[in-house]
Ligand binder design. Sequence first.
Ligand code: ADP
Ligand code: MG
Length: 454
Amino acid sequence: MAISAESVWGAAQEHLRARLDPDVYSLWMAPLSARGRNGDSLVLEVANEFSGTWLKDNYAGVLQEALTAASGQQLEICFHVSPQDSSPALAPAASGPPAAEPAKAPPGPTNADEHLVCDLKNKFETFVVGNNNSFAHAAAMAVAQAPGRAYNPLFVYGGVGLGKTHLLHAIAYHVATHKKAARVAYMSSEQFTNAYIEGIQTSQLGRFRKKCRQADLLLIDDIQFLAGKERIQEEFFHTFNALQEAGKQIVLTCDRPVSELPNLEQRLVSRFEGGLVADLQPPDGAVRLAILRKKAAGIGVEVPGEILEFLADRIRTNIRRLEGALNRVVSYGALIGRKPSLESVESLLREILHEEGRHAISIEVIQKKVAEHFDIRLADMSRRRRPENIVFPRQSAMFFSRQMTARTMNAIGEAFGGRDHGTVLHACKLVQDRMEVDPQVRDVVGHLEKLLGG
Ligand code: ADP
Ligand code: MG
């Protein structure tokens, strides 16, 4: 008969207590409880996704050994986010673990897939610093070292896969490990929203508010999802004020500058912009290569330089994609048992490269192709003059730059002769409006889109 999950975990905890630094044990291991068995897995309940991520990143090996020693079997570990606490993801009981024994696992089958935590290595040590991100990195470090005192709020923005979540986790991790008494609350703006709604539905709004407002460090990822949600913005506004007035640190990320978020209340805009704003730009070739080298070393495999260079050269816009490509190459290499050739890598990554190609167009190429199409000079795109015949070509080039590149409206405005983001926004809206009422404009825009490979 299988030994119960609780007793295996109880014995494993004894091993862990003996092996680990007492602080580490009390911060990370003591609050865990066994939820049950699921086939060959032991399901451990964690307070939130963030704790699970850290446990996996940092203590998977130790946990595994302790479990093997305790059970005499090779048990896999799954983390399950505690349902009572799946609202705002308050990071581990950083103010000290509960003295009481961990709660008994609820009986019955478990759904181990639910809330499964994926592997992440989001710490400062694994973050490669380059020109594209050095400012954001330095700001994040400053905040992690002196929360509530350096810059408040810190607002980090940048395109998909450029390291926003990585930096956010790095700050949280640094604070949680260096300031054990600090209460760290990390959540995405969607989780904030869901927790708020759940709070209303279950008449537990007070509990939700207390959790958010008692944090010493509140990190909210992807605040673009607050756009257009008035009630949530209202709630967030009050949370923000309460924390800021109490001198608590707030860190926010967003996929674009705050000025470009549609439907965000002005009072939030001014608060978000009131601290330090730092952006993450796409990495250049050298940084991409450095990231790949670091990741490859992290996995512990040797990937031929020419393959790393090939990846760094071909995948430019998104570090997550770069990583995905590397993982694919590494798994393939493991599968065939030798180093893959460059040709096989190219065919292996066909979809990823295709996807990348779709986003690789630059503002300059758009300007050039649109100018050619309308038979105007390229220089007219960035000239101050506004003769009638170049107004529409210029507006549509701005429109496509907005649609097809990851550049901000400020950067686009800059490329069009130092115009501001309001001009770009206006141009995009005009093109959109004209397309709606004028079939001819719709045709031209459709034709251009094809031309640009959209
Ligand atoms: P975002 O939240 O901006 O969409 P993430 O933070 O999730 O992006 O980053 C995507 C992936 O790229 C993650 O695996 C992250 O660890 C990695 N990454 C991003 N920037 C860096 C960097 N400068 N150094 C190392 N890895 C990075
Ligand atoms: Mg992210």
